[in-house]
Ligand binder design. Structure first.
Ligand code: FAD
Length: 305
């Protein structure tokens, strides 16, 4: 039986792994890849100490740092189920089952896509799923935000500070965001809200140049000239394997104690984008991975039987 299993090979899981190895914890890191969401970012410009780096180079650095330590790893295995056992937990993957006394889940999330034509083609070339990450490139430009919930409005208000024009596109006939956000957006004359929008495709030569949609009320096809489109229609946390085992919030994120990152089950911790805490960013995921490891270490030392 292992003392600790860490699930996830992204920012949070790798940081937890580095900390575990340096504390000589008998740990195993299991992940379906060592890419995570970092590997999907074109450029990262907000990770301290590395002014500008591609996502792929950053995750390569993370992995090389982890590989400096003799931590046991199982890559390319998918966790299918976690069960409570007498001495801890059983982690069932598509390759086998592993026993452990404590667990850190750092399985992240995936942004929900629009699933429209050319969405993938313009990823990193105009289409983005993260305003905080990519907004800096759009100063003085015309952009769109898709999603009329709180996240969409917050994104539009943020972009409205320095973009030339922001279209907020909502598929429903009504807006779901809090009234206070709606009012703030309406008061900014750079933000134009368009409802009943069915997005058909993105278009452009090398980079994004326009979004094509149908106005569902009039059935008219329309185009807007934009250089960026921020998709803000939610995320899907990778938590299928803990449903019914841990308490999740309405978005499916793992509920944790914000001080020690412990979940509803003692000895099981969750760090990074997979938990219910705000701020889905690399540096935050790393910080939480480190904190969760320190909590797990304390848990292991207090449960020595
Ligand atoms: C396009 C894009 C651009 C971004 N740009 C930036 C940026 O510029 N700056 C910034 O700070 N943040 C950025 N972010 C956000 C940032 O990447 C995330 O907040 C951070 O990487 C989350 O790390 P994580 O370790 O919590 O999760 P993830 O990176 O999602 O890692 C989860 C890991 O768990 C593994 N896993 C998942 N399910 C299973 C399973 N069932 N079994 C085994 N393994 C599993 C995955 O394979 C992966 O290795 C961006 C995100 C995206 C999508």
């Amino acid at each position: 039986m292992k003392d600790l299993i860490i699930i996830g090979g992204g920012a949070a899981g790798i940081t937890a792994g580095i900390y575990a190895a340096r504390k000589y914890i008998d740990a195993l890191l299991i992940t379906s890849d060592f890419t995570g969401q970092i590997g999907k970012s074109s450029w990262v410009e907000n990770y301290p100490g590395l002014k500008k780096i591609t996502g792929l180079d950053l995750i390569k650095n993370f992995k090389e740092h982890l590989d400096m330590f003799p931590l046991e790893k199982k890559a390319f295995e998918n966790i299918e189920k976690i069960e409570k056992t007498q001495g801890g937990f059983s982690v069932v993957t598509d390759e086998g089952a592993y026993e452990t006394r404590a667990l850190i889940i750092a399985s992240g999330n995936i942004p929900r896509k629009l699933n429209v034509k050319n969405e993938d083609k313009f990823l990193g070339k105009g289409v983005s799923y993260c305003v905080t990450c990519d907004e800096a490139g759009y100063k003085g430009k015309t952009v769109a935000v898709t999603g009329g919930g709180n996240a969409g409005f917050e994104a539009a208000i943020e972009l409205g500070r320095f973009c030339e024009k922001v279209y907020l596109l909502e598929t429903a006939d009504a807006l779901a965001a809090d009234m206070i956000l709606q009012k703030e957006a309406e008061e900014n004359n750079k933000i134009e809200i368009i409802v009943s929008v069915d997005i058909l495709s993105f278009a452009g030569a090398e980079t994004l140049e326009k979004v094509v949609f149908i106005n569902k009320k009039t059935q008219e096809t329309k185009e807007l000239k934009i250089e960026g489109c921020f998709v803000e229609i939610g995320t899907c946390p990778n938590t299928d394997f803990v449903k019914g085992f841990l308490d999740l919030n309405e978005k499916g994120e793992i509920k944790v104690d914000p001080i020690n990152f412990e979940t509803s089950v003692p000895g099981c911790f969750a760090a990074g984008d997979v938990n219910n805490l705000p701020g889905k960013q690399i540096v935050i995921a790393c910080g939480q991975g480190a904190s969760a490891l320190l909590s797990a270490y304390k848990y292991l030392n207090n449960n020595n039987d």
